[in-house]
Design a protein around this ligand. Structure first.
Ligand code: MG
Length: 259
């Protein structure tokens, strides 16, 4: 009797597998259907070198063109961004406050380049600290973690206070580093209940360091706040943590539903 029941359970599970797989594929088109719309053609851009930033993909929104911070404001009051622009990069001016984009963004692919102060100064969290805040709420930590120790969920490329990076792929102070982030924001129903937590994938200097992690809520120091209902689009913010971290070549591609 037991064997028979087990057989039926196994048969059901096996029969369910193809159905689950099929559910991932858009069934409006047959396999290899030539009437299926093809993806838009874009120019993929070029990679950066230490000497010069690369070119963004043609469908990206460039958030810094090397010349001015016109697309950024002070996060606190919306006044023009006070950080310093020179030689094709911009630099945190300590104690001026966080900056954020004028435009709001939802699910996205984000490219950011940064360089830690050289020579290095300070230790632990007090060493080249800044941060990339998706939607102004979810921080991918920017820190000088090259031969420098801190707590794991606060080192460079950590989702701050939640997920340490899989490896420490930091470059030495003064060298340009990259973050490539895929972010899917949270969703809420009409009553404000969370229906989908935020997720993030991060590459640090081309190395996978966050593999589709599910965020517990906004990031914070010493606590893990729960989600509160937020709009689907919010500005991207960069953190002033009193250290002159440099940034260049920041671009973003918004993802459509299903991407
Ligand atoms: Mg930080």
């Amino acid at each position: 009797m037991r064997k028979i029941r087990l057989f039926y359970v196994c048969a059901f599970v096996l029969a369910s597998v193809p159905a689950v797989c099929r559910a991932q594929v858009d069934t409006r088109w047959k396999i290899h259907d030539r009437s299926r719309p093809v993806p838009p053609v874009i120019e993929p851009g070029t990679a950066s070198t230490q000497e010069a930033p690369g070119r963004a993909p043609s469908d990206a929104v460039a958030l810094f063109d090397g010349k001015d911070l016109s697309q950024w404001t002070q996060k606190k009051d919306g006044s023009p961004a006070k950080w310093k622009v020179e030689n094709g990069y911009f630099e945190v001016v300590p104690k001026t406050g966080d900056i954020q984009t004028r435009e709001a963004f939802g699910d996205c692919q984000l490219h950011v380049e940064f360089a830690e102060p050289s020579p290095a100064k300070g230790e632990d969290q007090d060493r080249g600290n800044s941060g990339v805040f998706l939607q102004g709420l979810y921080e991918t930590q920017v820190l000088d973690s090259y031969q420098s120790k801190t707590y794991a969920d606060g080192q460079a490329a950590a989702i701050y206070g939640q997920y340490p990076p899989l490896v420490n792929a930091s470059r030495p102070p003064g060298e340009w580093q990259t973050y490539d982030i895929v972010f899917h924001g949270p969703r809420f129903d009409a009553a404000g209940k969370l229906t989908r937590p935020a997720r993030a994938t991060v590459f640090h200097n081309g190395v996978l360091v966050q593999d589709n992690v599910q965020l517990t809520g906004p990031t914070a120091h010493g606590e893990r706040p729960l989600y509160k209902p937020t709009p689907e689009k919010l500005p991207l913010a960069l953190q002033d943590h009193n250290h002159p971290v440099r940034y260049r070549n920041i671009w973003i591609r918004e993802l459509k539903p299903g991407e």
